[in-house]
Design a protein around this ligand. Structure first.
Ligand code: ATP
Ligand code: MG
Length: 253
């Protein structure tokens, strides 16, 4: 299996504080890798480093075999690395249709300019419908984001990231703030969408151990910036000591 996303001895300091310490991971084609750990473990910091939003203090990140140093989130998105955010980034007044269209145009504006204006509009509209369909949002296209349920908002946030046909997608708590009953539905929708869209690997930050156990092919556990484990779910969940170390107290966002 070819490695798509990799870190080598990656560390990140904020001033004197080391938020991530010597983390080496690799994500290969076909995997759904969950990053878990208590609040403050460094999960979001790791995602921010993987997506070029933060620069490493030491070590490096490689996407499809190339260092991402100096690339920045925009260029990385163009190359096929997409993400959703832990805190929803959708604009409340925009409709579902405009939110997805904005994501498409903001990253691929130049490409659309190669078409005539009308052809570009038609192509964007078609892609928006296709993405909305994948995420069960077809009948919400004209609805303002503010009027969506929390679960639908999370799906819209992920749908915007999917609009760009990514190779790899990073999801920071895609089900946070959603009722337990809806969490599985959301996970199933986004895994099915990933398969349909040809996404090659998913990296998931998740606190809910039911979801982690149900959907991960591998689990990477962080605590206080250090990597404690990198294991298949079966092995991880049979190690009581490890579980106790990793499944810390929850702080609500
Ligand atoms: N920009 C920053 N400046 C200073 N400290 C930061 C910054 N970003 C994160 N930290 C600190 O780094 C540590 C790791 O934060 P991070 O957000 O990566 O944790 P997390 O595992 O995502 O936690 P949560 O489960 O609460 O989302 C925390 O102690 C946090 O306070
Ligand atoms: Mg976080």
């Amino acid at each position: 299996m070819s490695v798509l996303l990799e870190t080598r001895q990656l560390s990140k300091n904020f001033g004197e504080f080391r938020a991530l310490d010597d983390v080496s991971i690799a994500v290969s084609e076909g995997e759904l890798v969950s990053i878990i750990g208590p609040n403050g473990a460094g999960k979001t910091t790791l995602v921010n480093l993987l997506t070029g939003l933060l620069r490493p203090s030491a070590g490096e990140v490689l996407f499809m075999g190339r260092s991402i140093a100096g690339m920045g989130p925009g260029k990385l998105a163009d190359r096929g690395l997409a993400r959703s955010f832990q805190l929803i980034a959708v604009f409340p007044q925009l409709t579902v249709r405009d939110t997805i269209a904005t994501a498409l145009i903001s990253r691929q504006g130049k490409r659309w300019q190669l078409f005539g204006r009308l052809a570009a509009d038609a192509a964007i509209a078609a892609r928006v419908r296709e993405v909305a369909e994948m995420f069960g949002l077809s009948d919400r296209l004209a609805t303002a984001a503010a009027a969506l349920s929390q679960g639908e908002k999370k799906l819209l946030d992920v749908a915007s990231a999917f609009a760009l046909n990514p190779q790899v997608i990073l999801l920071d708590e895609p089900t946070s703030g959603v009722s337990t009953a809806d969490k599985h539905a959301i996970m199933q929708i986004l895994i099915a969408a990933g398969r349909k869209a040809g996404v090659k690997a998913i990296v998931l930050v998740e606190h809910d151990m039911d979801l982690v156990a149900a959907y991960s092919s591998r689990i990477i556990a962080l605590s206080a910036g250090k990597m404690l484990a990198d294991l298949p779910p079966k092995e991880f969940f049979s190690d009581a000591q490890l579980i106790a170390a990793v499944v810390g107290k929850r702080r609500q966002h």
